[in-house]
Structure formats: C-alpha cells, structure tokens
Design a protein around this ligand. Sequence first.
Ligand code: SAH
Ligand code: SF4
Length: 449
Amino acid sequence: MSQLERHTGNVATVTYGCQMSEREADLLTEIAVQEGYQRCADIHEADLILINTCCVRESAENKILGKIGELKRLKEQRPGLKIAVSGCMVQQPDRLEWLMKRAPHVDLWTGTDQMNDFARLLRQLDAGAVVAVIGANLAIQAEDLPVAGQGRKQVNVNIMYGCNNFCTYCIVPYVRGRERSRSREDILAEIRTLVASGCREVTLLGQNVNSYGLDAQWEYDFADLLQSADRIPGIARVRFMTSHPKDLSDKLIETVAQGRSLCEHFHLPVQSGSNEILKRMNRRYTREYYLERLDKIRQRIPQASITSDMIVGFPGETEADFQDTLDLVAQADFSQLFTFVYSRRSGTAAATMPDQIPLEEKKRRLQTLMALQEQKSLAWKRRLVGQTVEVMTEGVSKNNQQRLSGRTRGNELVVFPGDVQRSGEIIRVKIVDTTAWTLIANALKCGER
Ligand code: SAH
Ligand code: SF4
C-alpha cells in the first residue's frame, strides 16, 4: 500500500491498566483512524487488533499474556489479521526480546513513547514488516498529535509523563522514565478542543500531578494549571489524579475549595499505615503527616471525598504493621479504597528485600482490609442519603438496564431512573438509599430542590 492510500480495514483496541494507559490507547486508536481504519468493538471483526498493556502488577501481566496468547488462534483462522502490542509491558527494560520470543504471532511491538511514530509504524506493517520499536523514554511527546476522544462527554487528559519518586515496590519510574510536563498552553488547547466537541468533564492525569511543572521550572504550578482549566468556558467538571501526599500543598486545597468546576475529590494513595513500612517503601511521609493532610482538606472542604490506594504484604510487613494499616483505614474515612497485594517487580528495590510475605498471608490481609473498607464505604455513603447532589449521567447502568448511572462530584457511582437520551447531562438527583458500592437516587423534576 502506498503512503497515499488509506486503509479500509477495522481496528479494535483492548486496553489494560490505569487511565493514563487508557488515554494512550485512545490516542493510538485515533492515529489508526486517521490512517483510514474504522473503529470496531469486536476483535473478531478487526483487521488490526491493538492490545495496550500494563505491567504494574504481575496479575495484570499474566492476564495480558493470556489474551495475547488467545489471539494466536484468531490469526491462524485469519492470516491477514495484524496484531499490535503497545504500552508499559513492552517498554519495560529488557523485556522486548522475551516477549517477541513468547508471542511470535505479534506483528508490531511499540512502547509508551512512540506516539509520534505510530502512523509510520502502521505503514511499515502494511509493507509486511514485523516492527519492534521502544526507544528511550526521555523526551516529551511532540504536540502535533490528534486530540483523541472528541465528541465524548468525559475525557482524560495527560498533563505529564514519567515519575521521579522511585517508591521501592514500583516499576513505573523504570518503564516511564523521568517526569516530563506538557506546557500549560498545550494542555489548555487540548481541553478547549474537547469542550468545543461537546466534552463536559476532563480528568487531568499524571503519576504525581502535584509536581507538575517542577521539571521545567515554569513559573506556574499544578494549582495554577487547575485555575486556568477552571476558567475555560463550557467546562462543567475538572478532576485530577494522582496526588502524591508528600507534595499535596495548601495552595492546591485552597484552589479546589474556590474552584467552580474543580471536583471535591482527592485520590491520595497512602499505601500503608505503618511508618516503618512507609519508610521502606520510600514514600517520604509518615502516617501522622498523612492524617494531618486529610484534616487540612476536610477543614477547608468538609464535603470532600477522599479515596486511596493500599498495598498489603510489602516485604517484612509484620502483623503489627498490618494492624497500623487497619487502624489508619478505620480513622481516615475514605469514600473508596483500592486494595492490592504486593507484587514483586523485578528491577525494583523491594524485589530483593528479605522477608517476602507468602501469597496466602497476603490474601488473608487483603480480605481483612477489604471487609473493613466495605463497612467504611457504606458508612460514608449512608451519610449522603437524603441529600440532593449533582450527577453527570454516563448512560444505562451496567447492572440494571432500567436505570441510568452517573457520578457525583466526589466520584461516587449513582444509579437513578431516567431517559437514556440524557447521557452526558449534568442533573440533580436525590439520594434515597445506598449499598457499599452504589448510591441509589431519584431524579428530580424541574423546580424541585
Ligand atoms: N503514581 C501513583 C500510583 C501509580 S500505580 C501514586 O503514586 O499513587 C497505582 C497503584 O498501584 C499504586 O498506588 C499502588 O497502590 C499500586 N502498586 C504499584 N506497584 C505495585 C506493586 N508492585 N504491587 C502492588 N501494588 C502496586
Ligand atoms: Fe510508582 Fe511511587 Fe511513582 Fe506512584 S509515585 S508511579 S507509586 S514510583
């Protein structure tokens, strides 16, 4: 196929991992569409299958390897099918060769940093080549990429890449390289384009949004960026994640408190309640400091919803350390907690630490922690029953076709009766009941309060 010819085939994308990875999958798909591919949801109807990967935990990697393995049969049935694998798993140091041996039916391997090259890689693929490029994670992506997700009501926007923190359990800094921030002008231009296409809500993404701009030593910081985003006409909601607790400034809390569209939700991963474990995780704060930050948020924004991530079974975690974690969760009043068993990632500092905890014990701790948080989530949501809240409708509820689902400003899931036509609208609903996971509401009629 010449460079001027366009594809007529279908592209189906399957993505794994965090929102940042999802956003990159969006972008790669958009580039394929610009090359002429048509989007399709079913991999059985695709001429190009794009698998965008994650490697933060072993469980994710195993699932993805299983998926890639399954595609082998599909390819035997349809020899013209092309398979592309992108993202973090491919970008891991010293992993590509192993992957290529293990999955010789894959046609294109690309990492996290070749977005600008993806169109060219697709054309090479057409010429029959097997392509593998991961490059070095050093530069910022050039800004002449398409704006993916136009026409959608909710879109994620990456504001920075990489991470400088080197938490000892985490592979991300090795895969993603050092922090690189996109300029305020480029980010705001992207949001304006999205809003012009109908978007109402954006989530600004980075591994540690609170250190936004520090790498480039700009005179504006993350709080200033949020203020600018808040002023964009037509934007109804601005969210952000992830905030590293060590860098959560009073200025940011104040900015959210005063913002119009800035949602009162802080995702503030704590990872452990034990000072000893926090030290060995290299998180650079104590539980006391963390709890003080929560107090500070709640003093200024009493209705703020705070969510967190927690790891159980970090090497050397004793029963007493785990009790400290439970104790912190009992105190912290998280509206939601994402819980993980520690996963050993080769190349990280914690992988070689002594006293790795057996899987059975890690699972037991996880169950105990999840049971505690379930009670806490329920208690949190019960306090919302009887209140009228703002919800952005997302569409038909996954579990109940008769209802719509949406999210509060605090990012809680709500289901309520309503017309599917109203997807993407911001409406007010009254919370009438709840489970630990989902708020149940009645939609209000015009004029009701
Ligand atoms: N930058 C974010 C986290 C990105 S990874 C932050 O600092 O909070 C998302 C979550 O995955 C982390 O918060 C952590 O709870 C979890 N995670 C990361 N590495 C892990 C590992 N090796 N084992 C288990 N969970 C891990
Ligand atoms: Fe990983 Fe820590 Fe960086 Fe988050 S801040 S991505 S947990 S190293």
